[in-house]
Design a protein around this ligand. Structure first.
Ligand SMILES: *Cc1c(COP(=O)(O)O)cnc(C)c1O
Length: 370
């Protein structure tokens, strides 16, 4: 057995996928669903699970490298499309330097700049293809997208896109809960749906994808409040971890503990809680603060910030407190634990989004499936 390792519970994730399908498609009226793989760099076993569910329409990622992996994992049909009928969706607005690969591997691409869309049109023409896109609208979170208050500009850009021969405007999309941490609500999402309706009316077209956001929308869908007219959502966190990102609740029917990090204890010593000597900067250049809690029983586990994020670890033994860490060590307060820990023992943690991202990108963390 090699540690640290991450145990990925495929049974639980399979159930979570089914719950997201139920809530978004069967109960909230989405006609398509995109499930997002960037949280685990398109892990092959999870990608296969997504492909198995007939109601998952898109596999989505923000990195072209991960989207390319889908083709290796699932194989292709005679036309070079993903085998099994799944479509790929690119989440990050594209770099000019990756447009040829986008045309080759991405079925639907999110874009915000008309200049990029025109280059994409040229690239698609050269490849003899039609590239489907979603025009991104910024509803106030202030990351990517055309700004919602400048509606005439949005309508002009949409009209211009519709004149391009090798681009198909499938719809619009919005992302929240990111830079500005703005929560998707009935009002901002309804205004977003209104923009889609106006583009349809002015141009006599149908936009079949009105993509309302990420796991931050799950609290709305889960309580039957996703505004009418939102026909698609792009969900990562909620099917992977069972949580939603607006109010940090658990999505109904999902299971937690899908990703468990296990690490081995390499030292147990009783020491004071306050470091001794003149205090400077820690291993990451910060000036730390310590509380005097007297002597404590401290365990060091052989895993660090290079493999996981401390704030994202929830000890399975609730009596453990995470004291801090550096690149390769994490220090735990085990003073109040009922279990008598000894050297070589394994400690487990539930991890949240950033932890999942780090553990699945660290080459030092072994992956185990169950
Ligand atoms: C990452 C991402 C998502 C999925 O986010 P989750 O919070 O994991 O559901 C959806 N859309 C865009 C544009 C993203 O970058």
């Amino acid at each position: 057995m090699k540690y640290p390792r991450i145990i990925i519970d495929l049974k639980k994730i399979e159930n979570n996928i089914e719950q997201i399908v139920r809530i978004t498609k069967r109960e909230s009226g989405c006609t398509t669903l995109a499930l997002v793989t960037k949280g685990h760099c398109a892990d092959p076993e999870i990608v296969k699970l997504l492909a198995k569910n007939p109601e998952v329409d898109f596999l989505a990622d923000s990195r072209i490298e991960n989207i390319k992996k889908y083709y290796d994992i699932l194989g292709t049909d005679e036309n070079g499309n993903l085998a099994g009928g799944k479509k790929s969706m690119m989440l990050r607005i594209p770099m000019q330097s990756e447009l040829a690969e986008i045309v080759k591997y991405v079925d639907v691409c999110q874009v915000s700049e008309i200049e990029t869309i025109k280059l994409l049109d040229k690239e698609a023409a050269a490849a003899g293809k039609i590239q489907d896109i979603l025009l991104m609208i910024d509803m106030g979170d202030l990351r990517e997208g055309l700004f919602f208050r400048d509606k005439e500009k949005i309508y002009e850009v949409a009209a211009e896109i519709l004149t391009l021969n090798n681009i198909k405007l499938r719809g619009i999309s919005v992302n929240m809960n990111c830079y500005g941490a703005i929560i998707p609500k009935e009002d901002n999402l309804s205004e977003f749906v209104g923009i889609a309706k106006e583009i349809e009316k002015r141009n006599g077209v149908v936009l079949d994808i009105v993509s309302g956001g990420n796991s931050g929308t799950m609290y709305l869908s889960d309580s039957g409040r996703l505004p009418e007219g939102i026909t698609n959502v792009r969900i990562g966190e909620s099917h992977l971890l069972g949580t939603e990102s607006s109010y940090l609740g658990q999505v109904s029917g999902t299971e937690l503990g899908t990703f468990i990090l296990e690490a081995e204890i390499v030292e147990i010593q009783v020491k004071p809680s306050l470091p001794i000597g003149e205090s400077g900067h820690d291993a990451f250049g910060h000036i730390p603060y310590y509380e005097d809690k007297g002597e404590m029983k401290r365990a060091i586990i052989a895993v660090g910030k290079q493999d996981v994020e401390l704030d994202s670890m929830i000890p399975l033994d609730e009596k453990i407190e995470i004291m801090g860490g550096s690149s390769d060590h994490i220090i735990l307060d085990i003073t109040h634990c009922e279990r008598e820990y000894k050297l070589g023992d394994i400690v487990g943690f539930r991890i949240s989004y950033t932890g999942m991202l780090r553990t699945t990108t660290s080459e030092y963390v072994e992956r185990i499936y169950k």
